[in-house]
Design a protein around this ligand. Sequence first.
Ligand SMILES: Nc1ncnc2c1ncn2[C@@H]1O[C@H](COP(=O)(O)OP(=O)(O)OP(=O)(O)O)[C@@H](O)[C@H]1O
Length: 271
Amino acid sequence: MSAAPTSSAVEASLTALAVSLRGVTKTYDNGVMALGPLDLAVRKGEFIALLGPSGCGKSTALRLIAGLSAPSSGTVRVAHHEGPAQPGHGIGFVFQEPTLMPWTSVRENVRLPLKLGGVPKAEGRARADQALASVGLADFADAFPRELSGGMKMRVSLARALVTDPDILLMDEPFAALDEITRFRLNNDLLTLWRSLGKTVIFVTHSVFESVYLSQRVVVMTARPGRIQADIRIETVEPRGEEFRTSAAYSDYCRRVSAALAPSYSGQSTL
Ligand SMILES: Nc1ncnc2c1ncn2[C@@H]1O[C@H](COP(=O)(O)OP(=O)(O)OP(=O)(O)O)[C@@H](O)[C@H]1O
């Protein structure tokens, strides 16, 4: 019989978690049961992909983790915070749309979270420039959003999420609207950033290929109400790069993830 874990061992395993959802459900006011019960644990520094059919509750799960919405039951725990997370505290959110303010510069767009947090202007500008440099846009701080391509706008959105130096980055289909070449480039740049910054990333996507390429774990969700259908660890030589995309291991993982996803689509029209 194995010995019971000591309290310090339990404490150590808890502190290693960035996010934990236990028995979480979400039913909206209109009666739609979007989620759950959902159990999910994400370790600090881990990069996970949440993959599932449209409407299965992926965005709902991110909103609960971000503290933008409350669960109907169960507990959401973010790092050391019990209960609802405080928006903007330790969490950066990147949406599918870059949602930039068209009337002001790229630098001011990135500085916004710091401005709202009361950070002095000079410091905010310096930190915004630093965040822009980290996403390869050092030369575009004075440009306006209308002057940028779709991929560049998404980089600005990423810089804005990083400018507060959050521990956790929540990304909701950020590259879905981009062409494939731009998307691949952003995938690589995101991996480079993740390796250098050591943040926990939860990345929502519809794409099996993207989920396998980016993440250490692909969490496949069922159709609504979203639960965990499969949790697949992607083990490969790190740091992974373009050669991973064309490897046999990559194809094998994509097949496994697709097979795990298939039941979530049963009964749904594919038209
Ligand atoms: N504020 C809301 N009020 C009522 N229903 C909602 C609300 N937000 C989402 N829903 C419903 O909850 C379900 C889950 O939505 P959610 O956006 O979380 O799914 P998703 O997996 O992110 O979908 P997609 O991949 O299409 O973006 C959907 O049926 C959606 O219509």
